[in-house]
Design a protein. Sequence first.
Length: 424
Amino acid sequence: MKRFVLLAVVVLVAYHLFPQQKTKSGFGFGAIPAVSYDSDLGLQYGAIVNLYDYGNGKAYPKYNHSLYLEYSRYTKGSGINRLMYDSEKLIPGIRSTIDITYLTDEMSDFYGFNGYETKFNSELSKSTRIFYKTNRDMFRAKADFQGNFGKSAFGWVAGYLFYHFNIDTVNNKKLDIEKKGETLYELYRDWGLINNDEARGGNINYIKLGLKYDTRDQRSFPSKGCWTEMVIQSAPRIINPDFPHTKLSLIHRQYFKLAKDMVFAGRFDYQMSLGNNHVPYYAQPLLITSFLTAATNQGLGGKTTVRGVLRNRVVGDAVAFTNLEWRYKFLHFNLLKQNFYLATNLFFDAGMIVKRIDMDLSKVPAADKALYFADYRSGVLHSAAGAGLKIGWNENFVISADYGKAFDKQDGNSGFYVGLNYLF
């Protein structure tokens, strides 16, 4: 937070020294040291660069091409290696997004299935630091394409995704952490809640098809319109012989202009499995979207879904969540021919399990069942609220800080996240 206070002071002074610039043409960029903090991941260090081509500037803040590169590490053991390209000019009339990412996480969160049905013990989390952790590496390669039907706001979504997961117990010796008994991940394996053939991870090939309706006036900070998607993401048996499955996602985002530079935004997301095929446990947290605003989109819980709730706290076979947010740009200025703004946001986030993952607890000893599990409660919200600060650079490069406070101690205490972009 001290870094953001210092940066805010710098830009406030700059506002009085430099005139404002309304448009941007040619090449633009955003480049910052990847120094941030996420209460789930720790302190981040590394570098982020985002290059833009605005062409003749007539469509600003829309860009012709965007190239995003990130190399960073977190002190709790995570790493991000990401390259993303986004353009509507590569194939005229079609938005093409290519994303290649390798994520390493030596302390990945695992809180079991079905939200409150698996108890969270904060004291156990403190005394046995790795009890709710696993070691998870993920490689992702995705190609997304979007287009419109003629000049209408209706369009289509298509894409291909490849995931490789490598999962194991935490290497406590490497991290110099004392291990006290089995972790929750190991207990789930012992009890048969995670099958041996999926426990270590695996590969998934997804084909994505969907429809969209998009009337936003711009992408980075929409002030009016909506953005709605219905997407089916399938891992068919022909290319996924081990765990074929299909998921459906319905997402609606709405933006209301309250005053100049003041917007109320809402997102409503529902995702479910189709059919009776088994979905491997490592794929259940993945959330479908046509465009990633962060390195990952999973949960529920954490910086991209329910801010303030523990990362991946809420995992089910069907989930729903909402984000309600008030946004306000309270200062615009220009520095070295670059456009900047300062903004703030207040938010309420909430999610719930709609359909639980079936858990056969017959192999769980009675004492462990009482310690680790509770009766399933349908329709119960996991919710949090908070506030944030945003620094926009040429509209499209947005440095973001959010603080969320969970309403229930079973969801943790609070979360503080520094990263890029608005949540939606």
